[in-house]
Design a binder for this molecule. Sequence first.
Ligand code: GAR
Length: 200
Amino acid sequence: MVLVSGSGTNLQALLDASADEAFGARVVAVGADRDGIEGLTRAERADVPTFVQKVGDHATREKWDEALTAQIAEFKPDLVVSAGFMKILGPRVLGSFSVVNTHPALLPAFQGAHAVREALSYGVRVTGCTVHLVDAGVDTGPVIAQEAVAVQDGDDEESLHERIKTVERRLLVEIVGRMARDGWTVSGRTVRLGRAASRS
Ligand code: GAR
């Protein structure tokens, strides 16, 4: 299942990929932390069930974490993909499911919600995207895959983010497909994909 907060183009890439059975995964549900976003519309268009759990509808962040966990559990997902989900997940969700996140920078550089803006204002010449497992920190979990994207003269946040997202969508689809088809193992901070990895 996929968690979104915005336009949902990464979600769309997963929906498109899962149209082919050989992909090995399908999106069983889409959850959001807010209404009225394009990500939810994309799910509805694909006939995928949706739900919204807003932090503000719960007395505490812990209650939100509990409600989100219960709602995700209804769909019994093998994997939860955070694809532009702009909330820090709580300990219950993280203790109950394997969660993968996609981030628009080469972690550990530029963690947090404004990665592209911060990379630009730092003046890096190369940035990129990271697919990683989510742990209790903010963008600190074990890295699964990364790809570099060059910053071009004259880039603004929007143009750079769009180029990153083109790479990011392809990388996310590739990694989620491989995880679904072949499994993965984690040893310390090292994530290995593949059947051999699952056996070792
Ligand atoms: C993606 O670039 C994703 O990496 C980023 O939001 C974008 C969502 O795009 N996530 C973060 O910045 C999380 N810190 P999308 O809604 O079109 O898939």
